[in-house]
Design a binder for this molecule. Structure first.
Ligand code: HEC
Length: 253
């Protein structure tokens, strides 16, 4: 028996869809939906070309549709189809176009490679050789060093804790309003991994100083060279490491 052409068409389209979906369901390696749409387009077009290649099969394909639309005895079926088809189309369109509030999956580099030189405070710094001028006092003059850490703490609580938090945990009052979030210095993934020169660069030039890899989100980190002195940047860095107990990363050892 020859399968009615319309039914054959539907069967082929459904089976094709099943085949394209199978890797996702069986192997957990889904084909991207945009590709499936493309594959389905070709599947439908080729099937149509094949089925409509002879006049007789063409009749077999459109005949039932014509009958359904024109035959007065098919009124109920016609009404049902005319209600269901637009509803299904509407439903699919709705689910496709529904706004999604999820962030795009683009990856943002939290610690992009720094430039080799940085312009700040009207000078050019070479990041490879730049060191915290106060770091040596940690051994040479501990009392003076403690005083500098304290001053750095003052800089921090005047400028930074709104975003980075009073416990340096990135949970400042304003933090929730930002994407990317202000970083938690207590987190092992931030200053503990960085050299002081990198931190100096990040504080002095802030979000606008970041290279492209740090996109797509725009960092709210202010350009601190406009608000505090170079000295204060070095001191606040001392404070960040002292408070968290981390040692800055260095080339030595
Ligand atoms: C308006 C909110 C805000 C304030 C105020 C702020 N920051 Fe930030 N900061 C951010 C955000 C957001 C990030 C994360 C995005 C980025 O890396 O630029 C960040 C990142 C940083 C980083 C980079 C850390 C890393 O692991 O790369 C450092 C260092 C830093 N801030 C230090 C400071 C210091 C010091 C102050 C005060 C002088 C300060 N911030 C004040 C919002 C702020």
């Amino acid at each position: 028996m020859k399968i009615p052409r319309l039914l054959l068409f539907v069967i082929i389209v459904v089976i094709s869809y099943g085949i394209f979906k199978a890797p996702g369901i069986l192997l957990n390696q889904p084909i991207p939906s945009s590709l499936i749409v493309m594959y389905m387009f070709f599947a439908v077009v080729t099937t149509l070309l094949w089925i409509t290649s002879t006049e007789k099969d063409m009749q077999g394909l459109v005949g039932p549709i014509k009958t359904m639309i024109q035959d007065p005895t098919k009124k109920t079926l016609r009404n049902i189809v005319f209600v269901i088809v637009p509803l299904v189309a509407g439903g699919i369109t709705y689910t496709q176009l529904k706004p999604s509030y999820e962030a795009p999956v683009e990856l943002r580099s939290i610690h992009p490679a720094p430039p080799s030189t940085v312009k700040a405070f009207g000078k050019t710094f070479n990041l490879a050789t730049l060191v915290n001028p106060y770091r040596k006092l940690e051994k040479e003059d501990p009392a003076k060093f403690t005083q500098l850490v304290k001053e750095g703490g003052e800089v921090y609580f005047k400028n930074c804790f709104y975003c980075h938090g009073d416990k340096l945990d990135g949970k400042g009052h304003y933090a929730h309003g930002f994407n990317p979030l202000p970083l938690a210095f207590t987190d092992i993934g931030t200053i503990a991994q960085l050299q002081e020169s990198f931190v100096f660069w990040r504080i002095s030039t802030g979000g606008p100083g970041l290279p492209k890899e740090a996109a797509p989100w725009v960092s709210a980190m202010p350009v601190w060279e406009n608000f505090i002195t170079e000295d204060e940047v070095w001191k606040v860095i001392l404070f960040l490491y002292n408070y968290t107990g981390y040692a800055p990363r260095s080339w030595e050892k």
